[in-house]
Structures are given as C-alpha cells and as structure tokens.
Design a protein around this ligand. Structure first.
Ligand code: NDP
Length: 305
C-alpha cells in the first residue's frame, strides 16, 4: 500500500473536478485519478451555450478553467486509469499500473462512452458536424438538415428535440422497427419535420472541414448513396464506465451506477457523480451538482469513521 487518503475521486470530468474542489475546500486529503485528459466529455464538445454565466464557451476552455481551479487549490491528479475498487473498512483503489491506494471514501465519476458508428471520417469530423449531444449542439443547426442514427429512446427523443432548430430531421434505423417505446415512436412518426429511413446503416461520413453528407447503405436493396446533411447525431447506445465496480453489485441492468439522491451507492463510502450514474439528464450542470452533493455526503461519512 502506497498511501492512505480521505477521498479518492475516479474521473476528472466536471463531476469529478467539482467533487475535488469541494473536498479540498472542506479540508479533505483528496486525490483524483484520470486515465486520459481532464475534462471528460467537455473536451469533445465544440461549444456550450448553456453553462450559466457564459453565453458561449468552448468545451476545451471550460475544461481547462475547471482543471486550473483544481491546480490553484493544489489538488493532485494521478494520471493513471483505475482498474478496480475493492470494498472494505477503507476502500482500495487499484490502479492500472498495479498500485493500491487506501481511501476512506471513493467517488466514481467516470462518465460514459458513446457507442461509435465505427465508420470512416467519424472521428475526424466529431465536433465538426458529428455530435453526440443534441442538447449541447442542436442550436447550431437552426434551419439546417440533420440526421439522427438509431431507433432507441435516446435517438427518438433527441430527434424531436432537434426539430426546435433544424428544418429537417432524418432518423436512420437499421431494422424495420424501432427499439424505443411506443410513445416515442408515435411522437416521431407524427412529427411533420421528421422523416424515417428504415433498414439502412451509415457507412461513411462525408466532408472536408465540416460534414456535408452521410453515405448510407440500404440493407434490403444493397444500394449505397450519399444523403446531404449538415449534422449527424449518432444515438446508438452508450456504455457507462463502471468496470471498476462491476463486482460490487451496484449497477442497474444497463450497467449504470445506482445512487440515491445523496449520491450514495448501497456500498457505504462509495458514491457516484455525473454521467456514470443512472439518471434522467446528463448535462455539465447536473454533473457538477452531483459532484458537490457526493463530496458533502462523503465528508460526513469520513468524519463518522
Ligand atoms: P438503445 O440500446 O435502446 O438503442 C440503440 C439504438 O441504436 C437501437 O435502435 C439500435 O438498433 C441502434 N444501433 C445500435 N448499434 C447500431 C449501429 N452500429 N448502427 C446503427 N444503429 C445501431 O440505446 P439508447 O441510448 O436509446 O437507450 C439506452 C437505454 O436507456 C434503453 O433502455 C432506453 O430505453 C433507456 N432510455 C430511456 C429513456 C426514457 O425512458 N425517457 C430515454 C433514453 C434512454 P437495433 O434496435 O436494431 O438494435
């Protein structure tokens, strides 16, 4: 064992960084773990127009401001991924490089990973017409044409959301039927701005600096064609980053961390914050709220030990 700390925070996205700021200010000995760049999904977001106090701010700038806030407070970040969290009187955080760190409490703030289409130019044009967040980026598509990939609840709900801005929303599904519930289907099928293309899959994103079209394959006729569009919103499922706690029986059937309104899991001393949690709205503002609540509750837990 290398060291014993009060609070380990796994993930340095908005939820984790907020939790760390609150922890440091509460006088806790806190350590954040981050396997890649700080900022989480913020660094994949071109621009935010819904962060209170900033009419427009780039995701990268907001991530940097948050991270600078943590360094101003001399909060240490360990840039190592976490492999496993073991339960016990103290929790043991096992890092990918084999270290074991004891912590009195742990906040899991590891977010989610969107399933990708895995087609050419998807990565290059993410943030330039390919977006995984309609709520964040929808307003950039006023009077434009957008495509939504997927037929689950997320895809159909976001398709309807996008009709506030876009003139035309095309939903592409790979089967004849949707996966979403009937209410969402009825809403989409009755919407005058939404068109549905069935038994079709995306095979290539087209564009130089920005998306101009998506290449599609009709699975019945085998025809391949380019559909002109300004934006592509893939909603083909996302996976919560919960492998480090999967053995603790704290996940819902979709793999998300189950927390109560105090961000407590059923394991005493283990908390969740942000997108990794089962919750109805995944936004930066809800993530930072979770982080603050999780730290406040973990502070009381640590003091009670
Ligand atoms: P889902 O797994 O429910 O749906 C994913 C959709 O993407 C399906 O239509 C699937 O097609 C399609 N898809 C998957 N992979 C590909 C691919 N490679 N290419 C093309 N299409 C693909 O994911 P969601 O994120 O929509 O929802 C996750 C869970 O959260 C669900 O249980 C959902 O009900 C729930 N949810 C509930 C909400 C609510 O109740 N308001 C809101 C949002 C989500 P196929 O069907 O053919 O497999």
């Amino acid at each position: 064992m290398d060291k014993i700390i009060d609070l380990a925070i796994i993930g340095a996205g908005p939820a984790g960084m907020t939790a760390a700021i609150y922890a440091k200010r509460a006088g806790l000995d806190v350590l954040m773990f981050e396997g890649s760049a700080p900022g989480g999904k913020l660094v994949k977001t071109f621009e935010l127009d819904n962060w209170p106090g900033e009419s427009h701010i780039s995701g990268v700038d907001l991530a940097l401001k948050m991270y600078n806030h943590t360094t101003d407070l001399e909060i240490e970040t360990d840039f190592t991924g976490v492999k496993l969290i073991h339960d016990g009187h103290f929790k043991t955080v096992e890092t990918l490089d084999g270290r074991k760190i004891l912590a009195k409490a742990v906040i899991l703030a590891t977010g989610t990973v969107e399933n990708k289409m895995e087609i050419p130019n998807e990565d290059r044009l993410t943030g330039h017409g390919v977006s995984f967040c309609a709520v964040c980026d929808g307003a950039f598509y006023k009077h434009k044409k957008v495509v939504v990939i997927g037929g689950g609840n997320s895809a159909l709900e976001e398709a309807v959301y996008l009709t506030q801005f876009a003139d035309e929303v095309t939903v592409i599904i790979r089967r004849d039927v949707f996966r979403a519930d009937q209410v969402a289907q009825d809403h989409v099928l009755a919407h005058p701005k939404i068109k549905v293309i069935r038994h079709t899959v995306p095979i290539e994103v087209i564009g130089e600096d920005h998306v101009t079209a998506i290449k599609l394959r009709d699975l019945v006729t085998k025809e391949e064609y380019a559909l002109p569009t300004d934006g592509i919103f893939p909603y083909i499922g996302a996976a919560a980053n919960t492998t480090s706690v999967a053995h603790l029986d704290v996940l819902d059937p979709n793999g998300y961390l189950i927390v109560n309104e105090k961000m407590e899991t059923k394991v005493p001393g283990l908390y969740g914050a942000g997108d990794v949690c089962a919750k109805p709205l995944r936004q930066v503002v809800t993530a930072v709220s979770d982080g603050a609540v999780a730290t406040q509750m973990s502070f009381h837990f640590i003091m009670s030990l």
